[in-house]
Design a protein. Structure first.
Length: 167
């Protein structure tokens, strides 16, 4: 019985979910604001050209977008370089197959109380912050994948329930 209760608690998500701070998006294909992405799972990453672990995370985020994009994952990486030219040089050698947004004044990062780079936030389909990753560690990739799969599974379940209710 305890195992069933524990499983139900884990599947229900956080008890006190915190809404992800909203901000204006510059990529019109995504919508006007982050909140327009409700219904999708968002992997929000903060990076800079001088961040060495970011080089590795870009390869991984490209893989994420390719593997899970059709299932409802949106990878959005926010660049914090003061000089856009530095970010563009980084992107020339580390191409992104996901959405990039520039935040040279750090206003978005401030809203997320960013402590270091890279930092990423997993946002569920209701716009709630569910997981925060400080740094990028290749040995934690299986955990990151599992967290993403869990949120995508919740998205699928919500869609299924909605469809069943409409019938």
């Amino acid at each position: 019985m305890r195992q069933i209760l524990l499983l139900l608690c884990l599947l229900s998500g956080p008890l006190m979910a915190q809404q992800a701070p909203d901000f204006t998006l510059t990529d019109a294909t995504l919508g006007n604001r982050l909140s327009d992405l409700k219904g999708k799972v968002v992997y929000l990453d903060f990076w800079a050209s001088w961040c060495k672990p970011c080089r590795h995370s870009f390869v991984w985020m490209n893989q994420l977008q390719q593997e899970y994009g059709d299932q409802g994952l949106v990878v959005l990486a926010i660049n914090l370089d003061a000089e856009t030219e530095q970010a563009n040089a980084f992107l020339a050698s580390h191409p992104a197959q996901f959405h990039i947004q520039f935040d040279p004044q750090g206003r978005i990062a401030e809203r997320y109380q960013l402590l270091g780079m890279p930092s990423s936030y997993l946002i569920d389909t209701d716009g709630n912050l569910r997981h925060i990753h400080q740094g990028f560690f290749t040995d934690k990739q299986p955990l990151y994948h599992q967290q993403i799969k869990t949120l995508l599974g919740e998205r699928y379940t919500e869609q299924l329930i909605t469809r069943m209710g409409a019938q």
